[in-house]
Write a protein that binds this ligand. Structure first.
Ligand code: S3P
Length: 429
């Protein structure tokens, strides 16, 4: 599918964005292994989250979709999952495969996880290796680096482990595996990463202690089902926050966006670049912060983003390349090598597509350098079947003279069904 967009004058209006992707995955997984009912409000009904939903159903869990965004899960308790009769298909979802690898390692049965072309190229050793240290029987191509992963559940032993890379997916997989040990697992993070798993485990009454940079979890204690209210996804809101910041005369309000401190790197960076963002109606629900954001156009200046900032805005980095095209001076992103092993090599993808649109951008091994401001022009671009690349290019298209065609844009539904409609609602030509 092609997404065709033209230059916009400004963005104006009030919107909300769909539920947070990371929290939606976790609510399905933790709700399934909790005791009693879990009700999920504002669930993200996107392709990635539906993969997790189908996997949990294949593991014997009853999950009722009362509406697209409201689910009821009949929790099976820690030891109630059943052996799946077929391969568990995760599609494009790294969060599904890595978190489930942790969960399935501690079960009493055999299971196989597989995914699409992109998943079959992504590194799994980062999760397989520490799980093996806990006693997991887990295999994959290239000694467990590549999917399909096959797992013969085992009794796991607790682990004390320092993550070699900052990854919330790996951390979460190990916390899930830790639930199936009879001792204390201690995970130490090199840099803080998104902490939704820890927060949800806490409200489900797990035996968890959060003492940064360590997280300690004791296995064996049953989780309690609960109501989970999911805020809007800040990574989805980011497309409009940045577009409004760059287009003269814009004013956008985004309601009830997740404002977890481990996810707001994008707001902090924008503030440093000179953006005008007001945070209103800040509140906590289901142990997660949320707020309304009011964004107005402002003049921006380039800045440096280094390794320590990266985990807090990892998914927004391709979009920051777009933002940098309109900022005065140089924007340098370093320490972001992880971008090369996402749904696609996001450094290569964003550099090549933004170059086509007239950006002064240079690829670095661990990031990129953009010299702004540049006048962009429309081009025929490719998404590389990566949802975040497709939507970042859509934002670039709003600034570009002429028409931009984004090929293979159907991948947007992986995280943001309704993206085009929401954008159209805001655009003034
Ligand atoms: C996610 C963690 C991040 C992020 C991904 C979602 C999660 O990946 O890029 O989109 O839900 O835990 P890593 O943990 O691999 O950095």
């Amino acid at each position: 599918m092609e997404l065709v967009l033209e230059k916009a004058k400004s963005l104006k209006g009030d919107i909300s964005v769909p539920g947070d992707k990371s929290i939606s995955h976790r609510s399905l997984i933790l709700g399934s292994i909790a005791q009693g009912e879990t009700r999920i409000y504002n669930f993200l009904d996107s392709l990635d989250c539906l993969r997790t939903l189908e996997c949990m159903r294949a593991l014997g869990v009853e999950i009722k979709k009362i509406s697209n965004n409201f689910l009821k899960i009949k929790g099976k308790g820690l030891y109630g999952l059943e052996e799946p009769k077929d391969i568990l298909e995760v599609g494009n979802s790294g969060t599904t495969i890595r978190l489930l690898a942790g969960l399935l390692s501690g079960q009493k049965f055999y299971s196989v996880l597989n995914g699409d072309d992109s998943i079959r190229k992504r590194p799994m050793k980062r999760v397989v290796q520490p799980l093996r240290l806990m006693g997991a029987n887990i295999w994959g191509r290239e000694d467990g680096e590549l999917t399909p992963l096959s797992i013969k559940g085992n009794r796991l032993t607790p682990l004390h482990y320092t993550l070699p890379i900052a990854s919330a997916q790996v951390k979460s997989a190990l916390l899930l595996a830790g639930l199936y040990t009879n001792g204390e697992t201690v995970i130490k993070e090199p840099l803080p990463t998104r902490d939704h798993t820890e927060r949800m485990l806490k409200i489900m009454q797990a035996d968890i202690k959060i003492c940064p940079p360590k997280i300690k979890i004791r296995g064996g204690r049953e989780l309690k089902g609960t109501d989970i209210f999911i805020p809007g996804d800040i990574s989805s809101a980011a497309y409009f926050i940045i577009a409004a910041s760059m287009l003269k005369g814009s004013q956008v309000i985004i309601k009830q966006v997740g404002f977890n401190p481990t996810r707001i790197g994008i707001i902090e960076i924008l503030n440093k670049m000179g953006a005008k963002i007001n945070i209103l109606n800040h509140q906590i629900k289901s142990n997660e912060a949320r707020a309304d954001l009011k964004i107005e156009y402002s003049e921006l200046k380039g800045l440096e983003i280094s390794k320590e900032n990266v985990p807090f805005l990892i998914d927004e980095l391709p979009l920051i390349a777009v933002l940098a095209t309109q900022a005065q001076g140089e924007t340098v992103v370093s320490g972001a090598k992880e971008l090369r092993v996402k749904e696609t090599d996001r450094i290569k993808a964003i550099v090549s597509e933004l170059e086509k649109m007239g950006t002064d951008i240079k690829e670095k091994e661990d990031g990129f350098i953009v010299r702004g401001p540049s006048k962009l022009h429309g081009a025929v671009c490719d998404s590389y079947n990566d949802h975040r690349i497709a939507m970042s290019l859509a934002v670039a298209a709003l600034l570009a003279e002429g028409k931009t065609i984004i090929k293979n844009s159907e991948c947007i539904d992986i995280s943001f069904p309704g993206f085009k409609k929401t954008l159209q609602k805001l655009i003034n030509f």
